[in-house]
Design a protein around this ligand. Structure first.
Ligand code: CDP
Ligand code: CDP
Length: 235
């Protein structure tokens, strides 16, 4: 085919997808698309607009009319502590989409079929020429089932809660207990993996990487190596 390779990285909340994906994109000189940031951006807009999260027709309208922009260029690794820039209808929401409120509501909105149809259409357009790392929940199963390389990152819920708590500490934010973080992660994974359309699940041809005892650099190295072994050959 004429398109360049696509690397699909899926997995549950806090498995390291976005951190790892950005570094892989940088190493391989690929673009990067954080699809979770798109669902978060729409969720922010719904909350900001005062629309109820079960008002599906109004949310569908917001989804089809809003312009979500993400910075897809590879970020130098030394600058990657900053979140990728995200804007909705011209407004910078880089920080706002990471709030607890958005995090607790996003799965309910992402489960709505009209929302997914609209955002998946945008994701496919974004990735149509390939040469991109895309992370999310349904990239290897649904958005780009023909991706050249598919990874499924996992870690125990305890480890993922611990990572989230460390993130909060590093950002100087209020600390949330490990119990609460585990519960929130568990709830979101359950919603994401039981929705009707394109639920979170490992593609049959995805390579699972269990990251509990791996550093970020080890995960990145493994994926870069897999890419060099396979993605190029299949292209
Ligand atoms: O980074 P974190 O694991 O907290 O989540 P995220 O990747 O930012 O995704 C936020 C939410 O968006 C997920 O919990 C899903 O509900 C939804 N999402 C989705 O439904 N499909 C995707 N491809 C990506 C995210
Ligand atoms: O995107 P996702 O929700 O899957 O995870 P993330 O936001 O990229 O990663 C959550 C946290 O785990 C980040 O602070 C990473 O630095 C950390 N992490 C880690 O400690 N060890 C790994 N092997 C991968 C990520």
């Amino acid at each position: 085919s004429s398109r360049k390779p696509i690397v699909a990285i899926d997995g549950p909340a806090g498995a390291g997808k976005s951190t790892v994906s950005r570094q892989v994109a940088q190493r391989l000189d690929l673009l990067y698309l954080d699809t979770g940031a798109m669902y978060r951006a729409l969720t922010w807009l719904v909350l900001e607009s005062g629309v109820a999260i079960d008002d599906e027709p109004s949310i569908a309208e917001l989804a089809s009319q809003c312009e979500i922009e993400l910075d897809a260029q590879p970020t130098p690794i030394e600058k990657q502590s900053r979140a990728i820039n995200v804007s909705v209808n011209g407004q910078d929401v880089t920080q706002a989409i990471r709030s607890l409120e958005v995090t607790s509501k996003v799965s309910a909105i992402a489960a709505q079929p009209i929302v997914r149809n609209e955002l998946v259409r945008q994701q496919r357009r974004y990735g149509k020429n390939g040469g991109i790392v895309i992370d999310g929940r349904d990239i290897g199963t649904y958005v780009f089932p023909d991706a050249e390389l598919k990874l499924f990152l996992t870690a125990s819920v305890q480890e993922r809660a611990r990572r989230r708590q460390q993130d909060l500490k590093n950002q100087g934010k209020d600390i949330i207990s490990l119990d609460e973080l585990e519960q929130a992660i568990y709830d979101r994974d359950l919603k994401d993996s039981t929705r009707a359309l394109a639920p979170l699940r490992q593609a049959e041809d995805a390579i699972e990487i269990q990251t509990d005892n791996l550093s970020i650099a080890e995960v990145v190295d493994r994926i870069v190596q897999l890419y060099q072994e396979r993605a190029i050959i299949n292209a």
